[in-house]
Design a protein around this ligand. Structure first.
Ligand SMILES: Nc1ncnc2c1ncn2[C@@H]1O[C@H](COP(=O)(O)OP(=O)(O)OP(=O)(O)O)[C@@H](O)[C@H]1O
Ligand SMILES: [Mg+2]
Length: 232
């Protein structure tokens, strides 16, 4: 028996506004992501990438269609508190603008999801140290975001997303604020962690060099998936 996809979107539609102001951001998107697989979502500005990632991560709900985990759990049908619990335990987010809390050190930022999950202090310290080491920031644990480079800040963002050991990783243009060399190192880190930890990862990006590193690509045009590379 083949295993169901860790994360799937089924005929996802999302409409914003009503009447004259109605915007059809997604018009029927299907996507499947397996554990250990990195999918890149690409497409022009306004094509629906952020909308799709927000649905897949439980930050927003579809107008119709479903987000399904492990072929069974329908994220898009859960209550708010169930969505929150699922997000905390299973879904890690990386944001384009890093989203770090300025007054907290790198280590304290990474610790936030563990505090929310009521992990005890000794274990928190241990897990924060381990993930900071993994992303190459062991020497920078006590620095605040403004004392770190953009690439280092995004490493903190990746560490925070993964410290609670989710099995799904969502990253909306995680390298959008970074120069191309730094972007490549962050992308390498995300690729490595996806494979190492067996994550089902979805990132959105405009960068062709990053797209080349993904296992699969989903190209959106006007809220629909355009089939790439099909012969004929
Ligand atoms: N909250 C909202 N209210 C109204 N319209 C929205 C909302 N969010 C997105 N849209 C619209 O939905 C469409 C898709 O937007 P989305 O942000 O998903 O695009 P994107 O592919 O992420 O673009 P970019 O590359 O610029 O980030 C756009 O037309 C946008 O204006
Ligand atoms: Mg976007």
């Amino acid at each position: 028996m083949t295993q169901p996809p860790r994360l799937a979107g089924r005929d996802l539609r999302r409409t914003f506004g009503t009447g004259q102001a109605e915007v059809h951001a997604l018009v029927g998107v299907d996507i499947e992501v397996l554990g250990g697989q990195l999918t890149a979502v690409t497409g022009p500005s306004g094509s629906g990438k952020t909308t799709l990632l927000n649905l897949l991560g439980g930050l927003d709900r579809p107008t119709s269609g479903e987000v399904v985990l492990d072929g069974a759990e329908v994220l898009s049908a859960m209550t708010e508190s169930e969505v929150l619990a699922t997000r905390r335990s299973r879904i890690g987010y990386v944001f384009q603008t890093f989203g770090l809390i300025p007054v907290l050190s790198a280590a304290e930022n990474v610790e936030v999801p563990l505090r929310l999950a009521n992990v005890d202090p000794a274990e928190r310290t241990e897990r924060v140290a381990t993930i900071l080491e993994r992303v190459g920031l062991a020497q920078h644990a006590r620095q605040r975001p403004h004392e770190l480079s953009g690439g280092q800040q995004q490493r903190v963002g990746v560490a925070r997303a993964l410290v609670a050991e989710p099995d799904i990783l969502i990253a909306d243009e995680p390298t959008g604020q970074l120069d191309s060399d730094t972007a490549a190192t962050i992308m390498d880190l995300i690729v490595e962690l996806t494979h190492e930890r067996g994550l089902a990862s979805v990132i959105s990006t405009h960068d062709p060099l990053l797209i080349a590193r993904a296992d699969r690509t989903v190209h959106l045009i006007d809220g629909a998936v355009e089939v790439l590379g099909s012969a004929g």
